[in-house]
Design a protein around this ligand. Structure first.
Ligand code: FAD
Length: 464
């Protein structure tokens, strides 16, 4: 039996970028808001992320003369998603991204670098120091009167007599507490990268990837919405992200995408097995089928020179210091050191260099470095490098269906009144695969959308 009950305008479940954006925006709009977090720390996967946000039409792009547009952004997202995305959600993102970008900047967020990355045909990944972003949002949430409860795990949604979601029951160290939200409940509980039970149901092959992501990300929100009849989307596209050293564990994360800088990827037999310019979720799926689930990023001094210390995905300097990168003056020596078949590696690089020179077709059909952009570079300048990498189960990018207001819709497409879902717990946005920066981006954009929608609802209710 529930012992305690607390009433708010809005209940936000989960404290990653999605939950914190919604909570802060709603509190600043004058709603009483409680932010519930299952673990004893704020931030979820968001705080572990690379901090890249995908935006177009920004000051940072303009300063560097980068040509981009909403149309190109939409085209890229549809192509990455294999046109299986919910176009309405993409259009809602594009219609609101500029306002969200400005709102983040108004909260002190700085974007220090703009880069091209997975699934992009223009440089639109904007890098932030994500822990700083989350800390700023939480400070402003608290200043606006928001309340935060750590170690409060939401377990059930409650409904009123009309079937509208009225609140959520939580398990806390002090027992069960129910939180009601008269303007709604927002599920921002993240994905299920740590949810062995959910992975067994939806993507058992991914249990072979290195488990990662927020410790609380076990799929609770998905389960709660599922119980109320929520629809689901993109469940068959769960994939890890390719590019993490096999020693990547619970506490330490690294990811290198040297393949977008000019590297190729070979297996232990020295053979290439995929067009490396594709998005890194697709690469993550394919590498699971290779011996030991391992792919080596092979590059030369020219690619190595593009390293950028401290910038996630591009930081070869730090990985070399950690002893995770093999280095040698010849490809044979490199292969010996890394445990790759030397003769095969030499032949593979010869073939690739011929393709880069335009004298032969590339054996895996690669024609550019990243999603249609960048010329192939011959790997011909010693020293040579090999970075062994596996697929990292960082994110699931699928889940409950929502409409463009962030309201959860059921299996028949009808709104489940009172229930919102935002961020990685939702499905439909990405389709078959993912563009870098669109997860933090969609968390923030839809966080803003649901806060505005709930604030309108709360105002309408008080006027009745
Ligand atoms: C290593 C890594 C790098 C990444 N880099 C990028 C990047 O650069 N750009 C990008 O766009 N995306 C990136 N991603 C993906 C991105 O970080 C996530 O998809 C995104 O942060 C999810 O945000 P969220 O707010 O939906 O969920 P999360 O940030 O995961 O937050 C969910 C929170 O909900 C809590 N929670 C769960 N269940 C309950 C419950 N029952 N009750 C209460 N609380 C609950 C969790 O504990 C967690 O704190 C990366 C992910 C990883 C792991």
């Amino acid at each position: 039996m529930t012992m305690l009950e607390e009433a708010f305008d809005l209940v936000v479940v989960g404290s990653g970028i999605a939950g914190q954006t919604a909570a802060t925006s709603a509190a600043e709009a004058g709603l009483s808001v409680v932010l519930l977090e299952k673990t004893n720390v704020l931030g979820g996967s968001s705080s572990m992320s690379g901090g890249w946000f995908a935006f177009s039409g920004t000051e940072e792009q303009a300063a560097e003369g980068i040509e981009d547009s909403s149309e190109l952004f939409l085209k890229d997202m549809l192509e990455v998603g294999n046109h299986l995305n919910d176009r309405g959600l993409l259009e809602a993102y594009l219609a609101n991204q500029e306002e969200t970008y400005r709102w983040l900047k108004a909260h002190g967020v700085a974007f220090r670098e703009v880069e091209i990355s997975s699934g992009q045909s223009a440089r639109r990944s904007h890098n932030s120091v994500i822990r700083d972003v989350l800390a700023r949002l939480h400070r402003d949430f608290t200043e606006a009167g928001g309340q935060t409860r750590l170690e409060h795990r939401a377990v059930h949604l409650t409904t009123d007599s009309s079937g509208r979601v009225a609140g959520v029951v939580t398990q806390t160290p002090a027992g069960e507490v129910t939180f009601t939200g008269h303007a709604g409940v927002v599920l921002a509980t993240g994905g299920f990268s740590r949810g062995t039970k959910m992975l067994k149901v939806f993507a058992p092959e991914q249990l072979a990837a290195i488990p990662y992501g927020g410790k609380g990300n076990t799929g609770d929100g998905l389960r709660m919405a599922w119980k109320l009849g929520a629809g689901m989307a993109d469940m068959s596209f769960v994939s890890g992200t390719y590019g993490s050293h096999p020693d990547t564990g619970e506490e330490f994360h690294e990811l290198l995408t040297a393949y977008y800088m000019g590297a190729i990827i070979v297996n232990k037999d020295g053979h290439r097995f995929v067009d490396e310019s594709q998005d890194y979720k697709t690469l993550g799926r394919v590498v699971l089928d290779q011996p030991d689930g391992l792919g080596f990023e092979i590059f030369d001094a020219k690619v190595r020179a593009k390293s950028h210390r401290g910038i996630p995905l591009k930081d070869v300097d730090t990985l070399e210091e950690l002893g995770h990168v093999f280095k040698a003056d010849t490809l044979e020596e490199l292969a010996e050191a890394a445990g790759i078949r030397p003769t095969a590696l030499v032949k593979t690089v010869e073939r690739y260099n011929a393709a880069a020179a335009g004298t032969a077709d590339d054996e895996v059909g690669r024609t550019n470095l990243c999603n249609g952009v960048g010329d192939l570079l011959p790997l011909d300048t010693p020293p040579f490098y090999a970075y062994p990498a596996k697929s990292l189960m960082t994110t699931t990018y699928c889940g409950v269906t929502i409409n463009t207001n962030g309201q959860v819709v059921d299996v028949d497409g009808d709104v489940i009144e009172g229930l919102y879902a935002i961020g990685e717990v939702t499905g439909g946005f990405h389709g078959a695969a993912y563009m870098t920066g669109t997860s933090l981006g969609k968390g923030a954009v839809f966080g803003r959308i649901v806060a505005a929608h709930a604030a309108d609802r709360a105002t309408a209710a008080t006027q009745v």
